[in-house]
Every structure is written in C-alpha cells, then in structure tokens.
Design a binder for this molecule. Structure first.
Ligand SMILES: CC(C)(COP(=O)(O)OP(=O)(O)OC[C@H]1O[C@@H](n2cnc3c(N)ncnc32)[C@H](O)[C@@H]1OP(=O)(O)O)[C@@H](O)C(=O)NCCC(=O)NCCS
Length: 164
C-alpha cells in the first residue's frame, strides 16, 4: 500500500466514489465534493492523497492543519495538530483491513513532522463503525462538537499514543 498525491486525473474516480452509499453515509453533510477546487488548491496547510494497493486506487485520505485550514472548519483549535479524513472507494474493499493500513501510513506522515503533537478525527455521531475503527487504532474520544453542518465526535491520538 502507498499513499500518493491526488491529481486532477483522479476527479472522475473521486466523483464516482462520492456516489457510493457507504461514502455518503459515512461522511455526512460536510462533504461538498468540489474536487476541482480542492485539488487545484496548492495551499501548504493540507494535502489530498490516493491510497493504492498493488497499483490499484482503493481509497482517499486528506490531511490538514486544522488551525490553518482556510474555512476554519475546526473553529478555535491549537497549533501543531493535524486532522485526517479517510474513506474507501468500493464497497467490496470495506472490512478488508485496508483502512487500518491507510490510516497508519497517514499517521506516519503526520508525525514525521516533529512539531505535530496530535491528530484529530471528526466522525459524525451516527458513524458508529468509524468510531470503533478509530478506537481500535488508539484514538480517544474527546468531545461531541458541532462542526459545519454535522454533529460530530472528536477523536484524538497523541504522538505518545502512536506506536509508529
Ligand atoms: C471507516 C473505514 C475507512 C474503515 O476502513 P476498513 O478497511 O473498512 O476497516 P477495517 O477492515 O480495518 O475494519 C473493519 C471495519 O470495516 C468497516 N466496514 C465494514 N463494512 C462496512 C460497510 N458496509 N460500511 C461501512 N463500514 C464498513 C467497519 O468500520 C468495520 O468495523 P466493525 O467490524 O467494528 O464494524 C471504511 O469502512 C470506510 O471507508 N467507511 C465509509 C466512509 C467513512 O465512514 N469514513 C470515515 C469518515 S469519519
């Protein structure tokens, strides 16, 4: 498994994944799917990546600096954190352990920056499978918080809690 930068040639695939029920239900109302704008934005506070298993794209990962992200989606948040979004494209690839591998690669990338203290996640309150998935990876529930249009549970993994 590798993570590589998402490019404009990935837009049709990302749009297709956006039509999937598990993606729509998992991501909630905050996912706007404006992929052209997102992938053309070369701001240094975030990056979009495609996970490839043996050369086949299987999922998407976004890493942002929540204090510097331009819409201030996370509200008042401390510096030196990262926030991650993750999903798998095809339903046939769910539950195969790919998400765990993708998230470990994303966490390695986040914590490779020695300034990064912790990583945040914001699953919707309804996304119980994602809560379990994140807890298995060592994330701890912090608070329930309204983020954008969604009622979310905020999870956090400290640098010390990441096995690497
Ligand atoms: C959350 C997600 C990335 C986990 O990756 P994964 O490779 O499926 O996870 P793993 O194989 O490591 O673990 C098994 C998990 O697969 C997930 N899963 C399996 N089938 C699923 C389905 N039909 N729909 C949603 N999730 C499913 C569950 O979280 C399951 O955990 P559980 O057995 O405790 O319910 C992936 O399920 C996904 O893309 N879900 C939809 C989008 C989403 O909710 N993203 C997170 C937004 S915060």
């Amino acid at each position: 498994m590798i993570l590589r930068p998402a490019t404009m040639t990935d837009v049709p695939m990302l749009r297709y994944w956006d039509t999937k029920a598990h993606v729509r239900e998992g991501l909630g109302a905050n996912h706007d799917g404006n992929w052209e704008a997102e992938l053309q934005n070369d701001a240094d506070w975030g990056e979009c990546m495609i996970a490839e298993e043996k050369g086949r794209p299987v999922g998407f990962i976004r890493i942002i600096d929540p204090a510097r992200e331009e819409t201030h989606y996370w509200g008042d948040v401390e510096a030196d954190l990262r926030a991650v979004d993750i999903w798998i494209g095809e339903e046939a690839d769910l539950g195969r352990g790919l998400g765990g591998i993708m998230m470990r690669l994303a966490l390695e990338k986040c914590f490779a920056d020695p300034h990064v203290k912790a990583v945040l996640l914001d699953p919707t309150v309804a996304n119980i499978r994602a809560h379990r998935f994140y807890e298995r990876l060592g994330f701890r529930f912090i608070e329930r918080k309204r983020l954008g249009n969604d009622d979310c549970r905020v999870y956090r993994l400290e640098r010390d809690g990441f096995a690497g």
